[in-house]
Ligand binder design. Structure first.
Ligand code: AQP
Length: 359
């Protein structure tokens, strides 16, 4: 059990097309965690620029998307008064800690990251260095607050394992110094007891929407960057568009099975059942109890009605909030100020631990 103060951190990139996977896999779960935890939620704008400018859209698009993602957090129910909401680049300590982690993480660790391989594709020589070191910045985002829990979709699991590896190596490498400065918690590392400064962060991944798949191909992740808009439901889609996308979603010709086993070889059916379950806060078994044996001609309209009922209010709230960019900017500014205080406290310790002279 971690003795570190429980704290939740997570983020979303402002790269456009915020979709149902981002909402059900991450943001909706953040809202639930707010009840019993202190939470820090971040629009990770520095991560957005790791890809080609044609992907993130350039400065005007980045500013627009940053405000839109922040508006989505608020519309979904994130409370910026009780918790902290800001855009990453405001808090310089993220990048400062990422540099230290660039010197802790090993090339071999980063070379194994599947997201880098997927995003760099065949033209790896031409990928930005930032895309390669992205997971170190993500580790810094989390550990600059010494966050203990990170709710994310399944695609981020490997990055969170890396975050734990970085924390562990930092703790082991600097254990004596951490102890000397009286900054650590006694933790086990193998058979040894070491003085740890960073917690080994727990991923919070799970539920029926941990990995939503494309509506056009049940073997591919639902993704912002898929060229087909029909592959995903965007949070700002209107009711007709949501219904059309669900109607056109790829399926097979069999009726829905009555148990989970029957979904094992049917990725598209599994995905739609998972969406229904996540939208109703139940599980796939319970959806199959209600719809097992039914044709998609029955299930799809029910899912479309449900999705419209759940997402419609969020979309209109997003539009209402986005109409007042001054409000969104004020939330991000105030959140950034609060986050900076916490991040600077960590960085003062880290500078002392590493041996950087400071006043
Ligand atoms: N398909 C998904 N199912 C469940 N969760 C998902 N997430 C993303 N896609 C799915 C979760 O949403 C959060 C924010 O993601 P992100 O913006 O940081 O980056 P991403 O994973 O790169 O998002 P995309 O949509 O998949 O973009 P591209 O097209 O760039 O690959 C994270 O918690 C993520 O797990």
């Amino acid at each position: 059990m971690s003795m570190f103060e429980p704290l939740v951190f997570s983020g979303v990139q402002p790269t456009g097309n915020l979709h149902l996977g981002n909402y059900l896999g991450a943001i909706k779960r953040w809202v639930a965690l707010q009840e019993n935890h202190n939470c820090i939620y971040c629009v990770v704008d520095q991560h957005a620029i790791t890809q080609a400018m044609s992907v993130w859209g350039g400065p005007a698009e980045l500013m627009r998307n940053t405000r839109e993602v922040a508006a989505a957090f608020l519309a979904a129910g994130v409370d910026p008064q009780k918790h902290i909401v800001f855009n990453q680049s405001r808090v310089r300590q993220h990048a400062e800690l990422a540099w230290v982690f660039n010197c802790v993480a090993r090339m071999g660790w980063l070379s194994r990251m599947t997201q880098f391989k997927d995003k760099a594709g065949k033209d790896r020589e031409n990928a930005s260095v930032g895309l390669f070191t992205y997971p170190n910045l993500m580790a810094a985002d989390i550990l600059v607050y010494r966050a203990t829990h990170v709710p994310v979709g399944e695609d981020q699991k490997q990055h969170l394992e890396l975050t734990r590896d970085i924390a562990q190596k930092f703790n082991v490498d600097f254990s004596d110094r951490i102890a000397e400065l009286g900054l650590g918690m006694e933790t086990k590392s193998g058979d040894e007891t070491i003085s740890s400064y960073f917690p080994l962060t727990e991923p919070v991944i799970g539920g029926p929407a941990a990995r939503l798949m494309s509506l056009r191909d049940g073997t591919k992740k639902m993704s912002k960057s898929d060229p087909s808009d029909l592959s995903r439901i965007n949070l700002i889609d209107d009711p007709d568009t949501i219904s059309k996308k669900i109607r056109k979603a790829k399926t097979d010709s069999e009726p829905l099975p009555s148990d989970l086993e029957g979904l094992a070889t049917r990725p598209e059916a599994d995905n739609l059942v998972g969406i229904y379950a996540a939208l109703t806060d139940t599980d796939k078994e319970s959806v199959l109890r209600d719809f097992g044996g039914q044709q998609f001609s029955v299930f799809k309209p029910a899912l479309a009605d449900l999705a419209v009922a759940k997402l419609g209010p969020i979309a209109s709230e997003m539009r209402r909030i986005s109409a007042d960019p001054g409000y969104v900017d004020a939330v991000l500014k105030q959140g950034g100020e609060r986050a900076s205080v916490l991040a600077e406290a960590t960085m003062r310790d880290v500078r002392d631990i590493v041996g950087f002279l400071q006043d």
